[in-house]
Design a protein around this ligand. Structure first.
Ligand code: SAM
Ligand code: SF4
Length: 326
């Protein structure tokens, strides 16, 4: 069992398939000319399956594939197919641009829930954030997933003075569609120009929602990071992931594997343990996994706690989000 020193049992692994992405979201990737990892540094298909299987033997029950853009990896379909044979709930977070090419793969892998990131409902703003022109493609693919019966969560990173004025439009979107919008508080990572004033908080989101709607708080699943709500009579739901103002570390059940096979016990952990090179050298990785777990800090990687307004982003030591795998 993957239990840490704070009695938290871990049964959820997020695997980054690549640090490559076809978008350039400003809050995620430090610059347009970012250098990607050489492919020899990335876990190969058999390595992903072997390492993932060892996590499963320790109690992992859910695997989420992420990146970079997981569907930008050439052998993404084969990886999905292979991991779908493990006794886990398999799911994926994507920027949505290539979903139409993968529908049958998702269905064959029995993936029922997909998270798609979309931070704006305005095409020009979409280009400003992602530096790409694929707004319509992403929107069409969200609709395609819904029409095909997938449970679709839409991740929207809220940044003050940029897109908080769209929060009500996103909630309106849940009226006639069974779509689940998740507002994410903007988080600090290497090179992403984070500033505490850009964080539009959980409380502010709820205050804004209350100005227009009557909504009900929904029951939280165990280990849920999002606090969920439903406007009375609407088909979909909205939720807030309040990492900065109301973190949910006390019942964290997540572990992470970067595309180059480093285990991170927290999104904000400073330390990493190299599972891939140990695996390549024929060493046992189970003790390394346990070692990483026993180093897990009580909250937020031990890097910041308390008032988010006091955080100096320059003191945080971490990779950029695109290299961690969100
Ligand atoms: N490319 C895929 C995508 O965009 O969904 C998967 C990887 S992306 C890093 C995973 C999630 O992290 C996305 O929903 C993205 O919006 C979120 N994310 C990235 N940087 C973030 C930040 N600084 N604060 C909050 N969320 C962030
Ligand atoms: Fe790519 Fe996703 Fe990061 Fe945007 S958030 S740059 S789509 S990995």
């Amino acid at each position: 069992m993957l239990q840490d020193n704070f009695n938290r049992v871990h049964d959820y692994l997020r695997i980054s398939l690549t640090d490559v992405c076809n978008f350039r979201c400003q809050y995620c990737i430090p610059n347009e000319d970012a250098q990607f990892m050489p492919s020899s540094n990335l876990m190969q298909l058999e390595e992903i399956v072997s390492i993932a299987s060892q996590f499963v033997s320790l109690g992992i029950k859910k695997i989420r594939l992420t990146g970079g853009e997981p569907l930008a990896r050439k052998d993404a379909a084969e990886i999905i197919q292979a991991l779908s044979k493990l006794p886990v709930k398999l799911t994926l977070t994507t920027n949505g641009s290539r979903v139409h090419e993968y529908l049958e793969i998702f269905k064959a892998a029995k993936m029922r829930s997909i998270n798609v990131s979309l931070d704006t409902l305005v095409a020009t703003k979409f280009h400003q954030i992602t530096r790409r022109n694929q707004f319509t493609q992403v929107l069409n693919n969200i609709n395609l997933l819904i029409n095909e019966g997938f449970h679709v969560k839409v991740n929207m990173v809220v940044m003050r003075s940029f897109n908080e004025n769209e929060i009500l439009n996103f909630i309106d979107w849940t009226k006639d569609l069974p779509i689940h919008v998740r507002f994410i508080e903007f988080m600090p990572f290497e090179g992403n120009q984070w500033d505490n004033e850009k964080v539009f908080t959980f409380q502010e989101i709820l205050t804004l929602a209350s100005s227009k709607y009557q909504y009900t708080k929904l029951r939280e699943e165990p280990n849920e990071t999002a606090k969920s709500f439903q406007v009375n009579g609407y088909q979909g739901t909205f939720a807030v992931i309040s990492t900065m103002t109301a973190p949910f570390c006390h019942n964290c059940n997540r572990l992470r594997l970067t595309a180059d096979g480093k285990m991170k016990n927290c999104l904000f952990s400073k330390g990493e343990i190299d599972l891939l090179n140990a695996h390549r050298a024929g060493e046992k990785i189970l003790p390394l996994i346990q070692q990483s777990l026993s180093n897990k800090a009580k909250a937020l990687g031990g890097q910041f706690e308390g008032d988010y307004q006091q955080i100096d982003p320059h003191t945080i030591s971490n990779r950029s989000m695109i290299k961690i795998g969100g």
